[in-house]
Design a binder for this molecule. Structure first.
Ligand SMILES: Cc1cc2nc3c(=O)[nH]c(=O)nc-3n(C[C@H](O)[C@H](O)[C@H](O)COP(=O)(O)OP(=O)(O)OC[C@H]3O[C@@H](n4cnc5c(N)ncnc54)[C@H](O)[C@@H]3O)c2cc1C
Length: 429
């Protein structure tokens, strides 16, 4: 046998699983298809003097497992989105801090943007009364929530960004399942960039990059993995942590095929879309206290990636999900930048164009071996994350953000899934 355990995928889940198993003294190898580790955690250190996150940017919550690593590795974190006064709303021709915008919208409707509690409350009532699963758009309508039409698109963009799916795609029961309970309400950025966490996490591991796994042949006693490079390897157990899109038929070939309930979960869970547009300017043109803003235009939600840093330069990131992301992708790189500049020009005037320096369009659907942003739970798909996470035949084990029932779509959910799967493997060796 070449290895005790082979881990497929060197993202947060795969690297966490490998670290746990190596600590137990096992012979572990990680296989990564891309030329770098980290997967959807990928920091750019060239675009600005401070890190720019191409993928995951925030640590969502003051209590999540990521903090354990931040502290252990000696990294630092900066708070984000702490003050509603710094959060602006661009809707119906007005540009106001969130508290004032909430007052003009008839009071309270904008709570759907800064907190999900209103929708979660409705969802809980819906489930408690035993009603069948439905989408969030129908839930809001049935709950008698009449969002001021001027602010409806802001709320829609907010969900599309957070969940990488539209209100009509997201299921009520899935929303309740993924509760993020106990994570905490505050957001942070890792000052050194998410990739430095990846680097430390992967430092002790044996990893082969540029090694896409093509097929997984398994029996009750061993797994044989064949790579597109021609390499074949054998292990007692394999841990599969690839994104949901890469589990879909036609990507990695399993022999015998995965069970029908697993295939059903793979096809019915949703693979969400996100586009990030990162624009650099020679000078800033926004209010000094503006940290972020939500717009009813074409680009969704904007923030300053250098917020709170002494080395911040004028950079803005636009975060567009689902329908907005698809539209931007359809137009192509240059047109997407022009659309973003036009949204900003309408808001801040012509100096936007004269001070524009450079831009990046980060489309995660186009990233090879990933092809998605993060998973979501459509109507009727609650319970399928648990099915996705189940081991097969005592030799194949599954981790990754999409397998995290309570904390999917996050780095900390992926880390936890890696630790969970390591424990499952340990129990079987
Ligand atoms: C734009 C964006 C913004 C985000 N923002 C946040 C955020 O602010 N906070 C947060 O907590 N989370 C955020 N996330 C989500 C977070 O990045 C993911 O949940 C997490 O990184 C997923 O980790 P993973 O290990 O499950 O998967 P991945 O990181 O995708 O790792 C899987 C690995 O498997 C590899 N692979 C695929 N196919 C093969 C194959 N055939 N052979 C070998 N290797 C293969 C891939 O290349 C990849 O490296 C964001 C994601 C995106 C895309």
């Amino acid at each position: 046998m070449d290895f005790d355990v082979i881990v497929v995928g060197a993202g947060a889940a795969g690297l966490s699983a490998a670290a746990e198993l190596q600590d137990l003294g096992l012979n572990v190898l990680v296989l990564e298809a891309r030329d770098q580790i980290g997967g959807r955690m990928d920091t750019d250190y060239q675009f600005a003097p401070h890190p720019i996150e191409r993928g995951a940017e925030f640590v969502h919550g003051e209590n999540v497992v990521t903090w354990e690593l931040i502290r252990k590795l000696g990294l630092h974190a900066l708070p984000a989105f702490q003050n509603d006064e710094y959060y602006y709303i661009d809707a119906a021709g007005q540009f106001l801090p969130l508290p004032q915008a909430s007052r003009t919208s008839g009071g309270g409707t904008l709570k759907f943007i800064s907190t999900r509690s209103g929708v979660c409350e409705l969802a809980k009532n819906w489930a408690n009364s035993g009603k069948p699963d439905t989408d969030l758009d129908s839930l809001l309508a049935a709950g008698g929530v009449h969002l001021d039409s001027r602010f409806y698109s802001i709320v829609r963009h907010s969900f599309e960004g957070l969940d990488a799916a539209g209100l009509r795609q997201l299921g009520v029961y899935g929303l309740m399942e993924t509760s993020y309970e106990g994570d905490g309400d505050s957001d942070f950025r890792i000052s050194e960039g998410y990739s430095s966490l990846v680097y430390h996490l992967g430092q002790q591991a044996s990893i082969l990059v540029n090694t896409p796994v093509e097929s997984v042949k398994w029996t009750p006693s061993e797994v044989r993995l064949a790579m597109t490079t021609g390499l074949t390897l054998q292990a007692q157990k394999a841990i599969i942590t690839v994104p949901l899109t890469q589990l879909q038929p036609g990507k990695i070939r399993f022999d015998p095929p995965l069970p029908q309930d697993k295939l059903n979960a793979i096809t019915r869970l949703g693979a969400g879309h996100i586009v990030k547009l990162v624009l650099r300017f020679h000078e800033s043109f926004w209010p000094a206290k503006m940290e972020c803003f939500a717009t009813d235009k074409h680009t969704g939600f904007w923030w300053r990636p250098g917020w709170g840093r002494s080395d911040e330069i004028p950079v803005l990131t636009a975060y567009a999900g689902a329908g907005l992301a698809d539209r931007l992708v359809k137009f192509g790189h240059d047109a997407a930048i022009q659309i973003a500049l036009e949204d900003l020009t309408q808001l801040f005037g012509n100096r936007v164009r004269t001070t524009y320096a450079d831009g990046m369009v980060l489309n995660w659907q186009a990233e090879s071996y990933i092809e998605m942003a993060y998973s979501y739970c459509p109507v009727g798909a609650a319970g399928l994350r648990a099915v996705l996470s189940r081991p097969v035949g005592g030799v194949l084990f599954f981790a990754g953000e999409a397998t995290s029932v309570k904390r999917s779509a996050t780095v900390h959910g992926a880390i936890e899934s890696g630790r969970r799967v390591a424990e499952e493997v340990r129990a079987k060796l």
